[in-house]
Design a protein around this ligand. Structure first.
Ligand SMILES: Cc1cc2nc3c(=O)[nH]c(=O)nc-3n(C[C@H](O)[C@H](O)[C@H](O)COP(=O)(O)O)c2cc1C
Length: 176
C-alpha cells in the first residue's frame, strides 16, 4: 500500500511520454477509482470516455487545437480520458444553484483518477485546452454533456518526480 503523502508528491503533470500504451485492464481499474469520487448529493454528474491507441492519433489533433504547440507533448500519448460533466440531479431546494457543485465534483473525480493512475505507475497530465466541439463530434458525446477535462495517461520518460513548486504553507493555510 502506497503512502498517500508520498503519492501526492509523486503525481505530477507529465509532459514527456514514452510511446507506450496503458493496458486496458489498468485503465478500467483507474476509472473504477475515479467513479468512487464524492459528489454533491451523490449526483455523479460525469461520464468518462476512454480513448485508446487506435483512436489516439486522430484524437491528439483536438488537444490544444487552434492554440499552436500548446499540449504538443501529447505526440507520444496513446491513452486519453475525456471527462464530461453531465446534467446533475440535485435535491431541489437543498443545494439550489448557488454553487457550481458539478464542476467541483469533476475536480474530485480528476484528482481520484490521476492519483489512482500514479499509484499504478501510470503518469498523467490534466489538460484544459482542447477543441470541445471536435472532441464531441469525434466521440459522439451527447449535446447536453460538457467536456471539462482531458487527461493524458502513459509512461513518463523520466523516473524521478520534480520538486513541487507550491506557495508557502501559511500563505495558503490559516490555523485558528
Ligand atoms: C483544470 C486544469 C487544467 C490544466 N490544463 C493544463 C493544460 O492544458 N496543459 C498542461 O500542460 N497542463 C495543464 N494543467 C496542469 C497544471 O499546469 C499543473 O497541475 C500545475 O502546474 C501543477 O503542477 P503539477 O501537476 O506537476 O504538480 C492543468 C491542471 C488543471 C488542474
Amino acid at each position: 500500500m502506497e503512502d498517500f503523502s508520498a503519492l501526492c508528491l509523486k503525481r505530477e503533470s507529465c509532459r514527456d511520454y514514452k510511446v507506450k500504451e496503458v493496458d486496458e485492464e489498468i485503465i478500467k481499474e483507474i476509472l473504477k477509482d475515479a467513479l468512487n469520487a464524492p459528489s454533491a448529493c451523490n449526483s455523479q454528474p460525469w461520464h468518462f470516455y476512454s480513448v485508446s491507441k487506435d483512436n489516439a492519433k486522430a484524437f491528439r489533433k483536438f488537444i490544444g487545437d487552434g492554440l499552436g504547440i500548446i499540449n504538443g507533448f501529447c505526440k507520444n500519448v496513446q491513452n486519453f480520458i475525456v471527462i464530461t460533466e453531465t446534467p446533475a440531479k440535485l435535491k431541489p431546494g437543498v443545494l439550489g444553484d448557488k454553487q457550481k457543485f458539478a464542476q467541483m465534483d469533476i475536480g474530485e473525480a480528476t484528482a481520484y483518477l490521476t492519483l489512482s493512475a500514479k499509484s499504478k505507475g501510470v503518469d498523467s497530465c490534466i489538460m484544459g485546452l482542447f477543441s470541445e466541439e471536435k472532441i464531441k463530434k469525434f466521440l459522439e458525446i451527447p449535446e447536453e454533456y460538457k467536456v471539462r477535462i482531458v487527461v493524458a495517461l502513459g509512461y513518463g520518460v523520466k523516473e524521478e518526480p520534480r520538486p513541487k513548486q507550491r506557495k508557502d504553507f501559511f500563505e495558503k493555510v490559516t490555523l485558528k
